[in-house]
Design a binder for this molecule. Structure first.
Ligand code: MN
Length: 485
């Protein structure tokens, strides 16, 4: 069990958490207007009359946003609703010129689903998906240009969002983190959202409550708004659960409320009393027809699905012989998985995985490089592994060659050729070196024969040194054993 159990004076408490996650949809234009969604444009450059709600403007639905939401829903093993409809969610705010958000209420495009997460202890857990609906993003308020004014950038107004709502299935911060990483990995594989939480393209609200273990009903929850990293989400829910424990333990009670996480203090802070759905006066959006999907359209999207992280992971374990752990680490990131596949092609996949997760990642880390910036190409990494498996070089030389590759980006075979690093597999040559070492170290030979067998390592070291690291270690061991025993 990975549940977070809080110790009260008289009983244990458990944490209950559900998530609402807004994912910005990757599409060329906005969800109800033809304006561009290009990131990094000049302020208020990508704005149409529709986005700023000029009188008489009518929204029209972007088919690409629908396609992206469907892909995501299918990947979440969720029900695709062939009939969905749009609604107005009314509230007044400067970043929402319409005075309402066009969203989906009673009829979301995606219904219930399930996502499997993996936990540290090797267990898996299923997290229920309540729904996923599509809606428009608001504009962005900018508070730090003037001390007295707020500026508004409408570039974001009307960008498509998928809002994913989970069931209250989380029982620990670890599960929250595992789910967010899983979701991010899925949308990145799909190319439906870039998943960058720090840039706000994936934003998480976490609802947290606690209850005595064994109690059935849910208690009032606090909703922590807009957490912008996986780490902060985990910290925020843990802090909040403990805060509520203190309230109950000191005889207090909870009311439903919205809170904000402060990453500096690590605390959640009161924002406002929670607003309830009826306060938004939802009603059907009169400017957009209900969305009715044909079987052909759904089938076309299903046929076009990419291999998802779980499927890839399974294939790497079954077909390439990776351990589940290695496969999980490699498949979490789509680019890493693709790099690995390219490197492993035609070579010993398990060895390639070891190099990738060991020396290769360490090298990128040390040089502070991303995978795309790696001086070592996937093909060259695969070739290096091949040189070892086919006994052209030994493991120690491979490390040296790897160092040179990391500096120069050169091809490993070329490095081995130019520097004369091929290992000595000529038995005669190795025997000659061994005989010399045995002859000039009679004391150690005597000690070895008298039972100090751990001297074997010393002999191997001497032979390797004399061969400038190029002797085949397996042969060295074999011949030494023959000679000494
Ligand atoms: Mn929303």
């Amino acid at each position: 069990m990975s549940a977070l159990i809080l110790k009260g004076k008289n009983n244990d408490w458990e944490m209950i958490c559900g998530l609402e996650i807004h994912c910005q949809i990757i599409s060329k234009s906005k969800i109800y207007s033809p304006s561009s969604t290009a990131y990094g444009s000049d302020v208020n450059e990508n704005v149409s009359f529709i986005d700023v709600a000029m009188p008489g403007m009518l929204p029209s639905l972007n088919k690409e946003c629908v396609r992206q939401a469907l892909k995501t829903g299918i990947a979440l093993n969720a029900k695709v609703n062939k009939y969905s409809a749009f609604a107005r969610k009314n509230y007044f705010y400067a970043d929402l010129p319409q005075g309402y958000q066009i969203t989906q209420d009673k009829f979301p495009i995606i219904g219930e689903g399930v996502v499997k997460i993996e936990l540290e202890n090797g267990e898996t857990k299923e997290i229920g998906i309540e729904r996923l609906h599509i809606e428009q993003d608001t504009a962005k308020s900018i508070h730090d240009i003037s001390p007295t004014k707020t500026f508004i950038d409408f570039n974001r107004a009307g960008v498509g969002l998928m809002e994913l709502v989970t069931k209250p299935d989380f029982r620990s911060p670890e599960e929250v983190g595992a789910f967010l990483r899983k979701l991010r990995s899925i949308v990145r594989y799909l190319g439906t959202c870039d998943g960058n939480m720090d840039e706000g393209s994936m934003r998480c609200d976490a609802s947290v409550s606690i209850r005595p273990v064994g109690e059935k009903e849910f208690r009032p929850r606090a909703e922590i708004k807009n957490v912008n990293s996986v780490k902060f989400a985990c910290q925020a829910v843990e802090y909040e659960a403990n805060r509520q424990l203190e309230i109950y333990e000191s005889g207090g009670s909870m009311e439903q409320e919205s809170r904000q996480f402060d990453p500096v203090s690590g605390e959640t802070k009161f924002m406002r009393k929670k607003e309830y759905a009826h306060e938004y006066r939802y009603f059907p959006e009169p400017d957009l027809l209900p969305l009715v999907l044909t079987d052909e359209f759904i089938a076309e999207i299903k046929a076009d699905m990419v291999e998802l992280p779980d499927e890839k992971k399974e294939r790497f374990v079954k077909e390439l012989g990776l351990t589940p752990y290695d496969a999980k680490v490699i498949c979490e990131n789509k680019e890493t998985a693709e790099f690995f596949e390219k490197a492993a092609k035609g070579h010993d996949a398990k060895k390639v995985a070891n190099w990738l997760m060991g020396d290769f990642f360490a090298m990128l880390n040390e040089k502070k490089l991303t995978l795309e910036q790696s001086p070592i190409s996937a093909e060259n990494l695969g070739e290096l592994v091949e040189l070892v498996t086919s006994n052209v070089i030994n493991g120690k030389t491979a490390k040296d060659v790897f160092e040179i590759m990391a500096e120069t980006g050169e091809n490993p075979s070329k490095i081995v050729e130019e520097k004369g690093l091929k290992q000595v597999t000529d038995t005669g040559a190795i025997e000659k070196i061994i005989d010399e070492i045995i002859a000039s170290n009679p004391d150690n030979v005597a000690s070895y024969k008298a039972g100090k067998t751990n001297l074997m390592g010393w002999f191997v070291g001497q032979v390797m040194k004399a061969s400038h690291g190029k002797a085949n270690p397996t042969l060295v061991n074999q011949i030494l054993v023959q000679r000494l025993d």
